[in-house]
Write a protein that binds this ligand. Structure first.
Ligand code: JFZ
Length: 483
């Protein structure tokens, strides 16, 4: 080695060490936050473990916006139906009278819950109050509630009871935006009067949240929305306290990352890049591309059937997702450690539309056969191949196949330290599948092929279950036996 080489090497090491040190300083020291995350490690308690194992959930957006269903005086609103009050073609006054006609004759919480069971949902999220401020429970803090509609009965209670009795965990959606409350504002309050009325709004919000926890003690979590307003973002100390209070009142409560901001106004992830809340709540009509995108966090994807409609819109436009699309999103979510939640928007009479019921049935048919590859499953630690997605539960590996290769062989690549496949079968009927050794590649990965019998016709997408064993252990036992 020449002197010049040694020098450049030394310089290289020196620069590398400096860079590593600088990176460590940035990540470690960071900000000394008062209102950042409450926890660096993931939650390990039974409630959170249960959340992690759901795989599939149902969202329901329902409120008085379901009455116009995206239309007003013969004109169609092209935005999301639950936002119709913000459309200048519909006056606030007209919207705020809708509740007087809210008397959903077809509403039957048991039927809704039955559809969710048939789909295979393990949890559901229900809109107690959307941005319009209309409360589907009899809140004692406002008159703008279901109790003052012709329907009168507590819809939140009916939903919580029906789903809970079907074994589906309930989470309550609550919007911080409230277009009905006089103290609500989206911009930060400036004048004394504004500040005073925003204080009243904050107390009202706190009261309603405590009321929901007191009224529905069986719920598992709160699902917040509308927290992007500058007025709310500025309240880091108050919202931090409120989160602590809610958690104290309801041990085990699950709250996502869309509740509050830190003192620098950072949402979802605090100024040190740490997740705020129990799971990442930002995957809205969007999925991570790969495991790096989720940074080791728990997360949930919420998805609409049409492009962007949550509440009932009687005229869906644009691309409407198929059961195949949704099953693929579900498989991808679970393969990347997330839950997948599908939204339903019942109509003004409380009926779930036929398109949504059909999708739920189609997803449910698939789930009845393949749920082992979804519930309780996680990221398998293997590089995705073109045929679809891997999930894993203990020593069972699942291959959810969306694109059967034309040579009928599925390639599996295992890193050096991985367990290796021992037995494989179709999950549907346990028919055995031959495992073919494929040797090693240059990276010392072990390759296997699963050969799908030529005469075997499988529906799409199908699942293969693989039993994994520690071959190295077996080999060493064999080695010992030989000596
Ligand atoms: C919000 C609501 O405004 C909407 O009506 C619906 O309830 C949905 C579930 O939540 O809409 C959002 C919220 C967040 C994003 C996009 C739309 N986002 O983070 O991209």
């Amino acid at each position: 080695m020449t002197l010049k080489n040694i020098e450049s090497k030394t310089l290289f090491y020196f620069v590398t060490i400096c860079l590593l040190h600088a990176t460590a300083c940035i990540t470690n020291s960071g900000h000394d936050l008062k209102h950042g995350t409450h926890r660096i490690e993931k939650r390990t308690d039974a409630d959170m473990q249960c959340w992690r194992e759901y795989g599939l959930g149902q969202f329901i957006h329902w409120g008085v916006y379901a009455i116009p269903g995206g239309h007003w005086q013969g004109k169609a609103y092209i935005g999301a139906a639950e936002w119709i009050r913000s459309w200048d073609e519909m006056s606030d006054e007209a919207y705020d009278q809708l509740y007087k006609d809210f008397n959903p004759a077809d509403f039957n919480a048991q039927q809704w819950a039955k559809i969710a069971v048939d789909m295979g949902a393990k949890y559901m999220i229900f809109t107690t109050k959307h941005h319009d401020g209309f409360c589907l429970w009899d809140s004692r803090y406002t008159d703008y509630t279901i109790a003052h509609s012709p329907y009168k009965k507590d819809i939140v209670k009916e939903v919580v009871d029906a789903y809970t009795s079907e074994g589906i965990d309930v989470y309550l959606y609550f919007s911080i935006i409230d277009w009905n409350h006089p103290g609500y504002r989206s911009k930060a309050p400036e004048t004394d009067d504004e500040k005073q009325s925003y204080e009243e709004f904050k107390q009202f919000t706190r009261n309603q949240l405590l009321e929901l926890l007191a009224n529905y003690p069986t719920i598992k979590g709160l699902w917040f929305d509308g927290t992007w307003d500058q007025s709310w973002v500025n309240e880091s100390a108050w919202t931090d306290n409120l989160e602590k209070e809610l958690r104290e009142k309801h041990p085990g409560l699950i709250i996502g990352s869309r509740f509050r901001a830190d003192e620098y106004g950072k949402r979802h992830f605090d100024s040190n890049g740490q997740l705020m809340g129990d799971y990442e709540q930002g995957w809205e009509r969007d999925l991570p591309g790969n495991i790096e995108d989720v940074h080791g966090n728990d997360w949930e994807c919420i998805m609409t059937v049409p492009e962007n409609q949550w509440g009932y819109h009687s005229a869906w436009t644009g691309y409407v997702k198929t059961a195949y699309d949704l099953i693929e999103m579900l498989a991808k979510s679970v393969s990347l450690n997330g839950n997948f939640v599908l939204n339903f928007g019942p109509d003004g009479q409380g009926a779930i539309r036929p398109e949504e019921t059909r999708l739920a049935m189609e997803i449910g048919e698939w789930m009845k056969i393949n749920h082992d590859a979804i519930y309780g499953c996680e990221y398998a630690g293997l590089e995705t191949q073109g045929w679809g997605y891997y999930t894993r539960k203990g020593d069972k590996l699942y291959l959810i196949v969306f694109n059967k290769p034309i040579d009928n062989r599925l390639k599996l690549v295992f890193p050096k330290e991985s367990l290796l496949p021992d037995k494989a079968c179709f999950l549907k009927d346990k028919t055995a599948i031959e495992i073919i050794q494929g040797g090693k590649n240059k990276k010392n990965n072990t390759i296997f092929y699963l050969s799908i019998p030529v005469n075997y016709t499988v529906g799409k997408p199908f699942v293969i279950e693989v039993d994994m064993t520690d071959k190295r252990k077996e080999d060493s036992v064999y080695q010992q036996a030989r000596t």
